[in-house]
Design a protein around this ligand. Structure first.
Ligand SMILES: Nc1ncnc2c1ncn2[C@@H]1O[C@H](COP(=O)(O)OP(=O)(O)O)[C@@H](O)[C@H]1O
Ligand SMILES: [Mg+2]
Length: 423
């Protein structure tokens, strides 16, 4: 193969999961020089390396220039995280042995799939200056950190810049984007976990101060206070998920209660150990394996919809309401779910004109319409039907929203940054 400039890239090496179209990208050029028509103008967080979004076979990939050893390491770590079912960006491949047309070596590249509908935190702040956004982001990050730690993953550089956020029914769901400093162990020591949490607090406080300095977050917001927020959210969730609990032998219901509490937090119990003390009068239960996604798995099973945990919770509530209001409580759960899917969910999704479809993910849209319906009903003092709520939302609210599936229109890298220490 000869490149357009005539050089023969004999040593180009691509390790990739799939797409042969990767070969057509101009690997003989430094990423910064890639032509505009290949690039997608999506918002990006702050980074140490050069990162660009590239259109490829109808999808978008993220290309990061980084040295070969680190690229390979990060690629394998991301693959393991995905295999463990953890929320992280999906690795596509590593390109090494790159040379420019003069034969000079170029940095290797790590390729990941662009996470659709994801937003770097800086894009969230440039859209709406809501103080509680910071707290909600940190909540989502605490859940992510607990999940990674449960799986034995030590992150080593927890920050908002290394995380992507997707809307999740009024809250956020966090995804790991930068695994470069991470490490997978059988189990983490308390010290390792505490170090990750401490670093998270310091990094996030710094990132929020940057936003304040740039006028994107109210100066009154207590940026240092976020350290306490993340520490306490993390600690209480970790305790709830892992803490041994002891009770009298007769109180069997306590086992059930513990499982239910975990379910409510969005976790399933994969394994539970029960042991009795020597006298046999008390029992100790200890959750051993907990997996996130209790509600999203249930919704997936019932309807085939694959959505965020809070979105699933919301949709399941709506399904319950539908079941009750149509008098089908005793009926076959899957049949009712199917009916709800066509009569409610799909009805709403179909009501959105094509040109507005990229505004929000479908489940998020449904959630927003339920909120809108509630708001309309309250204002009018009587129940507003789903049809009417959809109509009013599509006419009056949706057109004003930014487009989140593709170009949000903000280049977050151009926002003023006080201390870019290369998060
Ligand atoms: N797969 C992806 N999907 C969406 N955004 C991404 C993806 N990969 C990278 N990014 C964006 O690029 C930024 C920098 O990537 P990162 O891996 O953190 O680079 P660095 O190692 O230089 O810090 C991230 O903050 C994120 O906004
Ligand atoms: Mg990073």
């Amino acid at each position: 193969m000869t490149t357009p400039s005539g050089a023969v890239p004999t040593s180009l090496h691509i390790t990739a999961v799939s797409d042969p179209a990767l070969l057509d990208l101009p690997w003989h050029q430094a990423l910064e020089e890639w032509p505009d028509h290949l690039l997608a103008a999506l918002p990006r967080g702050i980074s140490r390396h050069i990162v660009r979004f590239v259109r490829l076979s109808g999808t978008v990939i993220a290309v990061k220039e980084i040295n070969a050893a680190l690229a390979t390491r990060e690629y394998h770590l991301l693959r393991m995280l995905r295999r463990l079912g953890l929320p992280a960006v999906e690795p596509v491949g590593v390109v090494s042995g790159r040379r420019d047309s003069d034969g000079e070596p170029l940095e290797s590249a790590l390729i990941t799939r662009h996470l659709q509908f994801s937003l770097p935190y800086r894009a969230l702040f440039s859209q709406a200056l809501r103080e509680d956004t910071a707290t909600r982001l940190v909540d989502a990050l605490a859940v992510l950190l607990v999940r990674l730690h449960l799986a034995g993953f030590y992150w080593g550089d927890v920050s908002l810049s290394n995380t992507l956020f997707r809307r999740d029914a009024g809250a956020f769901a966090a995804y790991l984007v930068d695994a470069e400093t991470g490490d997978l162990h059988d189990q983490l020591s308390r010290g390792q976990r505490e170090y990750d949490v401490e670093l998270a607090g310091m990094n996030i406080a710094g990132e929020l101060m940057d936003l304040q300095a740039g006028g994107h977050l109210d100066e009154q917001y207590d940026a240092v206070g976020i350290i306490e927020v993340i520490t306490s959210r993390y600690t209480s969730l970790w305790a709830e998920l892992t803490r041994p609990e002891s009770f009298e032998t007769g109180e069997r219901w306590r086992v059930d209660a513990r499982i239910r509490r975990l379910n409510e937090l969005g976790f399933d119990v994969g394994e539970l150990t029960l042991s009795t003390d020597i006298t046999g009068t008390s029992v100790i239960i200890e959750p051993k394996v907990v997996d996130a996604g209790h509600h999203s798995r249930r919704l997936l099973r019932l309807t085939g919809l694959d959505v965020g945990e809070n979105q699933a919770r919301r949709l399941l509530n709506d399904l319950d309401t539908y079941t009750a209001s149509t008098g089908q409580q005793g009926g076959d759960e899957e049949l009712v779910a199917h009916e709800w899917l066509t009569r409610c969910f799909e009805l709403v999704v179909r009501a959105v004109p094509r040109e507005l479809a990229g505004k929000l993910e479908q489940a998020e849209l449904y959630h927003e319409i339920l909120e809108h319906r509630w708001y309309l009903s309250e204002r009018r003092g009587h129940d507003v039907g789903l049809q009417e709520a959809v109509h009013s939302y599509v006419e009056g609210v949706l057109p004003l929203k930014p487009d989140e599936s593709s170009v949000v229109g903000v280049d977050t890298e151009e926002m003023p940054v006080v201390a870019d220490d290369g998060a």
